[in-house]
Design a protein around this ligand. Structure first.
Ligand SMILES: [Zn+2]
Length: 246
């Protein structure tokens, strides 16, 4: 009888442990994706301002076809934006970052490889941040803006980001290509969620991003019609109070 009770207690302990582990895994997953909060340092997801001003950011690349698609549209609307670029794409497509800089856009660090970055070694995080930093500098950019791939990070990556003198820039409005394939609806979904101080994230760089490319002029036209000034992230951060938690 006593043996049975002990066994039962043991099982309760094991089951309790598993439940706790699952809860912890869920919490870790949630924290790793949080927009305005991170465990180390600050993650900026928008700014607090009464002005109708928003930042436009593009992730990934650069690719020649992505830059070809986006540059003329931004020029047509007189808009400057922030491009978070990947180190190994900078190596693969030399000259693209320079084109963006020449057109007056701002560049940011989006790691060297864009690999998933949870539970990796500190050396991995360090080289992801530093190698991309080196390539951006070689292209002529000086930037302190960093965006984690997939928006994911826990502790190791933010430590290296801070150590390298970068700030983590998240977003509060992202494009949702999985929900909208029609450019007008895709654009409207973004426009509907924009507020003064928003940081918008779009992905126009790769071939499968046709909808984002087609939606870009609609987003710009509508936001300007609503009186929004569209600027790079650095300028938005100077225009309002940064929101790192909400
Ligand atoms: Zn990315």
């Amino acid at each position: 009888m006593i043996g049975k009770i002990v066994t039962l207690a043991k099982w309760k302990f094991v089951v309790g442990g598993i439940v706790l582990l699952l809860l912890a895994a869920g919490a870790t997953h949630k924290i790793s994706k949080a927009r305005c909060f991170q465990l180390v340092g600050e993650a900026i997801c928008r700014v607090e301002t009464d002005r109708k001003i928003v930042a436009l950011t593009f992730d990934d690349g650069p690719t020649p076809e992505g830059v070809d698609a986006v540059l003329p549209v931004l020029e047509e609307f007189g808009v400057q934006a922030t491009f978070f670029l990947i180190g190994n794409r900078l190596e693969r497509f030399p000259g693209q970052a320079e084109r963006l800089l020449e057109a007056g856009h701002e560049l940011g660090n989006h790691t060297y490889s864009h690999e998933r970055n949870l539970f990796r070694s500190q050396d991995f995080y360090r080289s992801e941040v530093r190698e991309a930093d080196r390539l951006l500098r070689e292209a002529g950019a000086s930037t302190d803006l960093f965006r984690p791939p997939f928006g994911k990070r826990l502790i190791g990556l933010p430590l290296e980001v801070e150590d390298a003198g970068y700030r983590t820039i998240m977003w509060d409005v992202e494009d949702r290509p999985e929900d909208f394939t029609d450019p007008a609806l895709f654009a409207q979904d973004i426009i509907d969620r924009v507020e003064p101080g928003s940081i918008i994230l779009m992905h126009p760089m790769y071939r499968h991003n046709d909808t984002a490319r087609a939606a870009l002029p609609i987003v710009l036209r509508e936001l300007q019609a609503r009186g929004y000034e569209i600027v790079p992230v650095g300028e938005l951060l100077r225009a309002g109070e940064m929101v790192a938690e909400r």
